[in-house]
Design a protein. Structure first.
Length: 271
């Protein structure tokens, strides 16, 4: 990493110029392909918690600076940790990876991944923890864990099966073969594939659309989808009923019903 790069924040948090209700969180270590050092992981946890707590933010875009989205753990730093103390070298999973994935998946507002380049290992896990994904042409994806004698972290054991089914998830995890952006689109992992220079703009367009929507309902939808993937149908039905009752008390719902009857476009405020 160059001296100039090391002086830059490891993660940038900025507001969209066209819609300040959209926050852009950018991994900012392009010289290292946004590999996950302790510095970057600490900064990413802090950034995600910041935008989650900011009530003025109604949608979030997660992206990487440079030609990679995130290539996973910095193996040079990991090797040093292994040499120093193998028993504690994986403390980072509980300290960093789990909080990052939970912050993305459980954030009470939509998160769009702008996958500007390679998404590997934990980087793939972070992308799949987002709600919607846009990928750049030429972006590559891989699990990569088996190649270094590991199983998955960052929720990939669940998110790959949930997104692709058990057979393809097994193939990707056991063989570790990479796949490209077009395959990701065909499999439903990404919404669209665009030229690299357009990927952030396409993600921002989606985020602006979501920021103008019923964000209280989006939060309930996220919770319902997560629970529905693992819960018995009876529990899903009960949770859906309770969520509908909560949303029925919101101004967003009541106003949208009146707007529908009046044949006008609803305006949502997230409450």
């Amino acid at each position: 990493m160059s001296t100039s790069e090391s002086q830059e924040p490891a993660v940038l948090v900025e507001r969209d110029e066209k819609d300040p209700a959209v926050a852009v969180v950018t991994l900012n270590r392009p010289g290292r392909r946004n590999a996950l050092t302790v510095e970057l992981k600490d900064a990413l946890v802090e950034a995600l918690n910041q935008v989650a707590a900011d009530t003025d933010v109604r949608a979030v875009v997660l992206t990487g600076n440079g030609k990679s989205f995130c290539v996973g753990q910095d193996l040079g730093e990991h090797a040093e940790a292994l040499r120093a103390d193998p028993a504690s070298s994986f403390d980072t999973v509980e300290r960093h990876y789990n909080p990052i994935v939970l912050a993305l998946a459980e954030m009470a507002k939509p998160v769009v991944a702008a996958i500007n380049g390679a998404a590997v290992g934990a980087g793939l896990g972070f992308a799949l923890a987002c709600d919607l994904r846009v990928a750049a042409e030429g972006a590559s994806f891989a699990t990569a864990f088996a190649a270094i004698g590991l199983t998955a972290d960052s929720g990939l054991s669940a998110s790959l099966v949930h997104s692709l089914g058990g057979a393809r998830a097994s193939e990707l995890m056991l063989l570790g073969e990479s796949f490209n952006a077009e395959q990701a689109r065909e499999w439903g992992l990404v919404r669209e594939v665009v030229p690299p220079e357009q990927v952030l703009g396409a993600a921002l367009e989606l985020a602006r659309r979501l920021a103008a929507g019923p964000t209280a309902a989006y939060a309930e939808i996220k919770k319902a989808l997560a629970a529905g993937a693992v819960s018995p149908l009876e529990d899903v039905l009960a949770a859906e009923g309770a969520a509908q009752a909560r949303l029925g008390m919101t101004r967003d719902h009541q106003g949208a019903v009146e707007a529908f009857l009046a044949k006008r476009r609803p305006s949502f405020e997230g409450a």
